[in-house]
Design a protein around this ligand. Structure first.
Ligand code: PLP
Length: 247
C-alpha cells in the first residue's frame, strides 16, 4: 500500500467498527432467539502486515485470507491468531496452505481433501475443513453441488489428519436481501440434514460478509467473514444495505 499509515487513527477506526460489528452480531442473535455465539473472522486480504497487527491488537483472534501469496507476509508476522483459508485452492498451493493455515473453508473436491490430509500429516497437525457449497448452482461459481455434499463429507470423515468442521457459503453478490436470506437458509437446511444423516453433533456455518452478515446470523451462521467493513477505511455509505448502516 502506498498510503501513509497512521497507527492511532487506524486503531481508533478498527475499534469502532469492531464494536459496531459485535453489537450487530448480538442484535441478530437476539432477533433469531439464539443462545450460542458467532466467531468473527477478520478478512485481512485488503491490508498490509502493519494494519493486520492492529486488528490483532484489537482482540480479534481469527483472520481470513483467500490467496496464499497475499496472506504470506501477514502470516510471517506470527500474530497470535487462527488463520482461515477462504479462497479457491490450486493443487500447487495446497502444501503451503496446509502448513500455514489452521482451517480451510473452501474445500470443494476429493483431490484437494486427499492432498490436505497428506500434507497435514506431514506437518503433524490436524486441519479443520469446511465444504464450500454452491447454493445458487451458477455455472461459474465454485463450490460443491448440494447433492454432492454428503459424499464429500464422508470422504473427509474417513481421513486421519483433517476434521469435518462445517459448511461455507459465499452469497450471490448484489442479490437482494430476500434472495440472500433464502441462500443462507438453504445452507442451514443442508447442514441440518447432514448432521442427522451422518450423526454429527455440531457443524459450523461459515456465511455472511460485510454486506449481509446480520441476515446470515439470523439464518444460523456461526462464523462470519468480514473484510471491508472492519479493515478498510471506507465511506460508510457503501454499507447502507442490510442493516449494516451506521445511521
Ligand atoms: C473477501 C472475502 C470475504 C470478505 O468480504 P467483504 O465483503 O470484504 O466483507 C469473505 N469471504 C470470502 C471467501 C472472501 O473472499
Amino acid at each position: 500500500m502506498e498510503d501513509k499509515f497512521e497507527p492511532l487513527a487506524y486503531r481508533q477506526f478498527v475499534e469502532e467498527r469492531r464494536d459496531q460489528i459485535r453489537d450487530k452480531i448480538t442484535t441478530a442473535l437476539v432477533k433469531a432467539k439464539r443462545d450460542d455465539t458467532v466467531t468473527l473472522i477478520a478478512v485481512t486480504k485488503y491490508i498490509d502486515p502493519l494494519r493486520a497487527r492492529v486488528i490483532a491488537e484489537a482482540g480479534i483472534r481469527d483472520f481470513g485470507e483467500n490467496r496464499w501469496q497475499v496472506a504470506k507476509p501477514k502470516i510471517e508476522e506470527a500474530l497470535p491468531v487462527t488463520w482461515h483459508f477462504l479462497g479457491p485452492i490450486q493443487r500447487n498451493k495446497v502444501k503451503p496452505i496446509a502448513q500455514h493455515f489452521d482451517s480451510i473453508h473452501s474445500v470443494d473436491r476429493v483431490e484437494i481433501i486427499d492432498l490436505l490430509d497428506r500434507y497435514a500429516g506431514e506437518y503433524a497437525k490436524k486441519l479443520d475443513l469446511f465444504l464450500q457449497v454452491n447454493i445458487s448452482q451458477e455455472e461459474q461459481k465454485s463450490g460443491v453441488d448440494p447433492d454432492q455434499v454428503e459424499a464429500l463429507a464422508k470422504a473427509i470423515l474417513m481421513k486421519e489428519h483433517v476434521k469435518f468442521k462445517g459448511l461455507m457459503l459465499i452469497g450471490t453478490q448484489h442479490a437482494d436481501d430476500l434472495q440472500k436470506r433464502h441462500e443462507f437458509n438453504s445452507l442451514y437446511a443442508i447442514s441440518k440434514a447432514l448432521k442427522q444423516s451422518l450423526s454429527l453433533e455440531h457443524l459450523d456455518l461459515s456465511m455472511g460478509m460485510s454486506d449481509d452478515f446480520p441476515i446470515a446470523i439470523e439464518e444460523g451462521a456461526t462464523m462470519v467473514r468480514i473484510g471491508r467493513y472492519l479493515v478498510v477505511e471506507e465511506n460508510t455509505s457503501t454499507f447502507k444495505r442490510n442493516g449494516v448502516s451506521l445511521d
